[in-house]
Design a protein around this ligand. Structure first.
Ligand code: UD2
Length: 315
């Protein structure tokens, strides 16, 4: 019997959470519509009950939630530029899907939903680090959609008593992140290109900074969020990050060492909807969950490069 449901399980974060649950001997169901998730990411998750389904379909949500106690809601259509190109698609797959899932979770008697939030909701207010009491200021359709999902999730705690925890992820990277799309995360793209000897492109001057968060820390935070006492965490929202930031130019230099790439990056015009600097205050997750990063940025980047070097991310 599946006690846990992971949505977006063929995506890199969902896949990683499911793998950690299975390693603990838990019963897991996973759902994905393969819009951006990859079948190859399900390799190694054979002990999981897999269901192909689209969360924009309420019937699929009902099937996915049946009999489940805890949901990790990772399914989304990620990417700021994708949302600029297709705001409606982002809304359907982030907002409609989340609302359908919450309705189904409540109807099925699910106890807790852990929601994958995004640092993009803070927008480009210059204050750093970003802390949870700051007013959200989404500047892209993607950020609006992730924020709407957050609000729906928290409202379900308030009005229906569903236990919910919102984790605002800051630029997650690591093995299993798809490197092949124009809309992929920058580190996945850079790893793939630089290992292949291809020149990566930096949008803008490269001095934008991110709190790049290695996947193991995100999985760790999710497991803590699932287990924490409801009176402490339900209805709460908290940053999930490393609490350090690095510029793209600096990251490129580290990747040069790790990949052996000898060239320079190309520079192109900055992307619409892009945020300049991002850095998390991670004290609240520390207080509420006992969260602290368990794997550092450089070590995470090293492991990630090795994963792509040995053929990861290729179907
Ligand atoms: C946003 C969110 C992140 C997550 C993600 C999901 C922020 C600060 N972060 O990530 O939490 O929700 O969306 O998609 O809003 N870039 C290049 N070259 C490339 C690709 C990207 O220079 O080939 C730049 C890009 O312009 C940006 C930075 O790298 O300045 C990071 O881009 P990204 O798409 O990896 O992630 P970002 O920050 O939009």
């Amino acid at each position: 019997m599946a006690r846990y449901l992971v949505t977006g399980v063929a995506g890199f974060i969902g896949r990683s959470i499911a793998a950690a649950l299975l390693a603990r001997g838990e019963g897991v169901r996973g759902v994905d519509n393969f819009l951006t998730g990859k079948r190859v990411n399900l390799v190694g998750l054979e002990a999981m009950e897999f269901m192909e389904g689209d969360l924009s379909d309420p019937a699929a949500c009902a099937r996915a939630c049946a009999g489940v106690e805890i949901v990790f809601h990772e399914a989304a259509l990620a990417s700021v530029p994708r949302s600029v190109a297709d705001p409606v698609g982002t809304n359907v797959n982030c907002v409609d899907a989340t609302l359908n899932l919450l309705v189904a979770a409540r109807a099925a008697g699910v106890r807790r939903v852990v929601y994958a939030g995004s640092s993009s909701v803070y927008g480009d207010a210059p204050t750093l680090p970003k802390h949870e009491e700051m007013l959200p200021n989404p500047i892209s359709p993607y950020a609006v959609a992730k924020l709407a999902g957050e609000h729906y999730t928290r409202a379900f705690a308030r009005v229906y008593g569903l236990e919910t925890v919102v984790l605002r992820y800051f630029n997650v990277f690591g093995p299993y992140q798809d490197p092949t799309s124009h809309y992929s995360g920058v580190l996945a793209i850079f790893c793939r290109k630089m290992l292949a000897g291809e020149q990566p492109t930096i949008y803008g001057d490269g001095e934008q900074s991110r709190d790049f968060t290695y996947i193991d820390n995100v999985v760790h935070a999710n497991l803590l969020a699932a287990a924490a006492p409801a009176e402490k965490v339900s209805g709460q929202m908290m940053n999930t990050a490393m609490g350090t930031r690095i510029t793209l130019n600096e990251t490129f230099e580290i990747l040069r060492e790790l990949t052996g790439f000898s060239g320079k990056p190309a520079y192109a015009e900055g992307r619409a909807g892009d945020i300049r600097d991002s850095l998390a205050d991670i004290r609240l997750a520390g207080e509420l969950l006992g969260y602290a990063p368990i794997a550092g940025f450089r070590e995470g980047l090293r492991r990630t490069v090795e994963w792509y070097r040995t053929g990861g991310g290729v179907e």
